[in-house]
Design a protein around this ligand. Structure first.
Ligand code: MG
Ligand code: MG
Length: 255
């Protein structure tokens, strides 16, 4: 499968991305104190089905996973960085929730994630989320023809490090198209001028994951999916699917 998409294929991916964006918006609206993660998963399932799309995460089983992912969305609360399973946990005031959503429409995949506070925000948590969104914006801005992947990674990682945040440097984004995870890897850290050249028609998911406290370490829960910060501090995750075009980066996962 070629990493390079035609404008017509990118238009189809934009349609898939729109389903993901509207689903994330509905989940965000539904997220409130007392609501369970499982209930949010039901909201996402209904949204994706209503659009005639298919969830990308449900029963997803990459080579490294011993059990398939049991949810439609990933719901990662507080010290959970990514890949949290939508279970019976009920959201509490001031929880930091990251929601990751992927969907296929007409054979093409969209993948995006948002982080937000439920109820009353702790200012440090809001700053973490803002820093994660800013790192994503810098990564997207670097997704330009002629730049290299190292420039993109540096844009993300440099911003995170300067802010004093930990970073999941060995987890990152990915090429995306007819499959959710494809070539190339899109690292969250890098050295300017290194890596593959970004060319017209490349479509990638860019997804910084930042942790409070400046430590990069993490571990997996017994559920084998949920990835938690080793220092127990909160983490945030933001993601968009982005096309590299002659007109600059185009975000495919906007409403
Ligand atoms: Mg994702
Ligand atoms: Mg992704």
């Amino acid at each position: 499968m070629s990493m390079i998409k035609t404008p017509a294929e990118i238009a189809l991916m934009r349609a898939a991305g729109r389903v993901v964006a509207s689903t994330l918006a509905k989940v965000r609206d539904a997220a409130a104190v007392g609501v369970s993660l499982k209930e949010l998963d039901t909201v996402a399932a209904a949204s994706i089905a209503e659009a005639g799309a298919t969830p990308a995460f449900l029963n997803y089983k990459p080579r490294w996973a011993s059990v398939p992912f049991p949810g439609v969305i990933c719901t990662s609360v507080n010290d959970a960085v990514v890949h949290g399973i939508p279970n019976d946990y009920r959201l509490k005031d001031s929880d930091l929730l990251s929601v990751d959503c992927g969907a296929f429409l007409d054979g093409w995949c969209g993948d995006a994630a948002i982080s937000f506070i439920v109820g009353t925000p702790d200012p440090a948590d809001q700053e973490l989320i803002d820093a994660t969104d800013a790192a994503l914006a810098r990564g997207i801005d670097a997704a330009r023809i002629g730049n290299k992947m190292g420039d993109l990674g540096y844009a993300i990682g440099g911003a995170a490090r300067r802010g004093g945040y930990g970073l999941l440097a060995d987890h990152g984004g990915h090429g995306i198209g007819k499959t959710m995870h494809a070539e190339p890897d899109v690292p969250n850290d890098g050295r300017p001028g290194r890596g593959i050249k970004l060319t017209e028609g490349l479509v990638i998911a860019i997804e910084p994951m930042l942790i409070l406290g400046g430590n990069d370490d993490y571990f997996h829960d017994d559920d084998e999916w949920t990835l938690r910060s080793a220092n127990g501090r909160r983490a945030a995750h933001s993601e968009h699917t982005v096309a590299v075009t002659a007109d600059g980066p185009v975000i495919l996962t906007l409403p």
